[in-house]
Design a protein around this ligand. Structure first.
Ligand SMILES: [Fe+2]
Ligand SMILES: [Fe+2]
Length: 301
């Protein structure tokens, strides 16, 4: 066994780490717009030397708004996925039922938190920032795929949110403390989700042939390509918002669009594809599945 995750221990840790919305972001709390919100390793806005420091910070804040909006979209399809997985086994194992329903409840709370963040952002930011969507259509397109492929996409996302906090956000002294604490609290609950999703993926893969797993990986890539298309559109929306905020067209927009699309590819896809825990699950499903995803990962770096 490459892990020791189980439903009872995960639920116990989850209940211990749980927080209330008002402990993390009260409705009247304000973000500090004189600071960056996102770490540079994800936003890559300080690398844009055609922008002055003020413009870089504006784009950094736009990318933070994108981050929590995209997490909101993702969690909206995680919620029905997790509930679908719980429903057929409501009388089997009490720990399992409670752990999975708690997972769903936490994602619903995160969706609520991200909406509250969006309201705080709108109060303090000078222009409207458009987000891809509607979220329901994005979710429907993803959920029409093989549940194993969807489960793997979610597993990749859960682990990457761990890597983002531990690897980039926790030790960044530059970013707004309120935004940072929001990410800290999200990370705390996500740590348990990643374990539960590992168990869900294992259950979905049970009894499948190598060929069936390979087909699920094809669908994993289909979902990845669909998300990547959305990230490119979103990178354009972000530059539109930047131009509106600074009152004019930014120089070198095409190159900037490519660079920001690549930053988003790493943030939302690549950083999950190379996560050790995600790779370990793939390896136990099928070494070939692990190899296929490892070969694709550099495109998203
Ligand atoms: Fe979440
Ligand atoms: Fe989660």
């Amino acid at each position: 066994m490459y892990h020791n995750f189980d439903y009872q221990a995960t639920l116990t840790s989850s209940l211990r780490a749980q927080w209330q919305l008002d402990d993390v972001l009260r409705e009247d709390q304000e973000l500090d717009f004189s600071r960056n919100f996102m770490p540079e390793s994800l936003a890559r806005t300080a690398a844009l030397d055609r922008l002055n420091p003020f413009e870089q910070r504006i784009l950094n804040q736009i990318s933070a708004h994108e981050y929590l909006s995209i997490f909101g979209i993702v969690e909206e399809f995680i919620l029905p996925f997790v509930l679908d997985h719980a429903r057929p086994h409501l009388t089997d194992d009490d720990w399992r039922v409670r752990a999975i329903l708690n997972f769903a409840g936490e994602e619903a709370k995160h969706i609520h938190l991200f909406k509250r963040f969006h309201q705080a952002f709108v109060r303090g930011f000078p222009v409207e920032c458009q987000i891809i969507g509607p979220s329901h259509d994005i979710g429907a397109e993803i959920l029409r795929h093989d549940p194993l492929a969807v489960g793997l996409v979610i597993l990749m996302i859960e682990w990457m949110s761990q890597a983002h906090y531990l690897g980039s956000i926790r030790d960044d002294g530059d970013i707004d403390p309120l935004f940072k604490s929001l990410m800290l609290n999200h990370w705390k609950e996500e740590a348990q989700h990643a374990k539960l999703d590992t168990l869900i993926v294992e259950a979905l893969a049970e009894g499948r042939s190598e060929e069936q797993i390979d087909k699920a990986i094809d669908e994993f890539f289909e979902i990845g390509a669909f998300l990547d298309g959305g990230l490119k559109v979103q990178a354009g929306f972000n530059l539109d918002a930047l131009e509106k905020a600074v009152g004019g067209r930014v120089e070198g927009r095409d190159a900037m669009l490519d660079q920001q699309h690549q930053a988003a590819r790493w943030t939302y896809l690549g950083s999950g594809m190379v996560h050790e825990r995600f790779k370990a699950t793939l390896e136990t499903l099928s070494p070939n599945a692990a190899k296929r995803i490892a070969e694709a990962a550099p495109i998203f770096a």
